[in-house]
Design a protein around this ligand. Structure first.
Ligand SMILES: *[C@@H]1O[C@H](CO)[C@@H](O)[C@H](O)[C@H]1NC(C)=O
Ligand SMILES: *[C@@H]1O[C@H](CO)[C@@H](O)[C@H](O)[C@H]1NC(C)=O
Ligand SMILES: *[C@@H]1O[C@H](CO)[C@@H](O)[C@H](O)[C@H]1NC(C)=O
Ligand SMILES: *[C@@H]1O[C@H](CO)[C@@H](O)[C@H](O)[C@H]1NC(C)=O
Ligand SMILES: *[C@@H]1O[C@H](CO)[C@@H](O)[C@H](O)[C@H]1NC(C)=O
Ligand SMILES: *[C@@H]1O[C@H](CO)[C@@H](O)[C@H](O)[C@H]1NC(C)=O
Length: 396
């Protein structure tokens, strides 16, 4: 969900929302209470992860968005925030009251933060408006302690936003894109993890996990070797000045896209040598209309419907075949069953492709990222991205 960009964050996916609270049972959750358990998993590979790297398990299987818990203030107040590589700032306390009933229930359950109840909170008085592809929020900045669940100590004096009012947002957002010196005037959450020695490098990696794995992990400061097979390939980040929107993001150059149907005969799509960026905050992958239509046609949906969806036969989700994204020496093959989104509404099941058309903005959202593992590294001078297919079946 990039800020200030015309992207869709598609909403008619409420069926998926219920899953957020169906995580594994946990002693911290009282019986019957809405509760989402995201245990910290410590690294099994000390060589790769720094000793203090923290790993947060993402929510089980919402394919609508991915969340992580944060403990804010003293004593800690737990809130859930949406993990978003497409934006840069952390804010909490969405306005739930103006949402539809089911969104409101979800929103209320993500928790809120009250700075009056924290002995370490400082109000900064300044604020701003943050606008997203869908929705916006007006925030006032606060500084307080923030801990990732399971971290041995909290970071102190971390600047973030507390919403005064928001529209069309049903959780706070943890923007983990570039921070100070790029897109913010203050150290953002990822900057602070490194500044306060919670991570040894300014880096994080995300494996959303396939639908069958039904769990993902974000690792701040390292990689989770259990989440992928194969070698990490380094891709160069396209400098902001050369990127499609001029904003520092995880832009990389894609060589081409292709389709490998069950017949095994691969077809390459024209005009797919384009810059794309990786956005955990976007449900769908956005591609130029000509490309999206060409892919739609191959799945039997020559045109998108009025909502921008390519409706396809659900049986396609259970056949072998991949949609391939090629970068440098790496091909990420997204299996049909990950590429096709299944939505259930009552007894009706409908299927749409995980893409939509956008001529202004191209990004690889969750429908792509579920089949990849990305490590996002940044330092003052060099920015690289490392990706591998997470699905062993598709590594070659
Ligand atoms: C969440 O993951 C756990 C462990 O894999 C599994 O037992 C549980 O059924 C999952 N919950 C949902 C809603 O998928
Ligand atoms: C925040 O906490 C203060 C102090 O207990 C309380 O007066 C106030 O109503 C709380 N605010 C909200 C929005 O709950
Ligand atoms: C944010 O503030 C602006 C300017 O005051 C206002 O126009 C807008 O409606 C506010 N947005 C929300 C969601 O409250
Ligand atoms: C982080 O580690 C560096 C190098 O060891 C040290 O100089 C710095 O004071 C530490 N910062 C904090 C907040 O502990
Ligand atoms: C796709 O990109 C790869 C890597 O650059 C290249 O080898 C291949 O020929 C390209 N395919 C087409 C059809 O351009
Ligand atoms: C590819 O782009 C070129 C230049 O814009 C255009 O002429 C051509 O029709 C496009 N091809 C397809 C298959 O969309």
């Amino acid at each position: 969900m990039p800020s200030m960009a015309s992207t869709l964050r598609l909403q008619p996916l409420l069926a998926a929302i219920g899953y957020l609270f169906l995580g594994t049972a946990d002693a911290q959750c009282s019986a019957g209470e809405p509760c989402h358990h995201m245990p910290i998993i410590h690294s099994t590979n000390e060589k790769i992860l720094s000793k203090r790297a923290v790993e947060v398990q993402l929510t089980n299987r919402t394919d609508i968005a991915y969340y992580t818990a944060l403990n804010i203030g003293t004593p800690a107040q737990q809130v859930y925030v949406q993990l978003d590589t497409g934006s840069f700032e952390l804010w909490v306390n969405p306005t739930c009251s103006t949402l539809s009933a089911s969104d409101k229930a979800f929103c209320d359950a993500t928790g809120s933060y009250n700075k009056s109840l924290s002995s370490t909170a400082t109000s900064l008085k300044s604020g701003k408006k943050l606008a997203y592809g869908l929705g916006e929020t007006n925030i006032t900045y606060v500084e307080d302690s923030i801990a990732l669940p399971g971290a041995s100590e909290a970071m102190t004096q971390v600047q973030f936003g507390v919403s005064d009012s928001s529209s069309d947002e049903f959780a706070g957002i943890l923007g983990i894109g570039y921070g100070k010196g790029y897109t913010t005037t203050y150290p953002n959450f990822v900057d602070q993890l490194a500044l306060q020695n919670q991570t040894s490098v300014k880096a994080f990696s995300v494996g959303l996990g396939s639908k069958t794995e039904q769990e993902g992990a974000i690792v701040f400061g390292g990689v989770d070797t259990s989440k992928f097979a194969g070698k990490l390939e380094t891709l160069d980040i396209v400098p902001a000045a050369d990127s499609p929107d001029g904003v520092p993001r995880y832009w990389v150059s894609m060589n081409n896209m292709s389709l490998t149907p069950p017949s095994g005969v691969t077809k390459t799509y024209a005009n797919t040598s384009i810059d794309v960026f990786f956005d955990t905050g976007a449900t769908l992958t956005l591609l130029p209309a000509a490309v999206a239509n060409a892919i739609g046609e191959d799945f039997g949906a020559a045109e998108a419907d009025a909502s921008g969806y390519y409706n396809v036969d659900c049986s396609l989700a259970s056949i072998d075949g991949t949609v391939n994204f090629e970068f440098g020496g790496l091909t990420v093959k997204v299996p049909y069953n990950e590429f096709i989104r299944t939505t259930r509404s009552g007894s009706t099941t409908t299927c749409v492709l995980g893409i939509t058309a956008s001529d202004s903005f191209t990004l690889l959202g969750d429908t792509f990222l579920r089949s990849a593992y990305g490590e996002f590294l940044s330092s003052s001078f060099r920015l690289t991205l490392v990706l591998v297919p997470s699905n062993t079946k598709t590594v070659h």
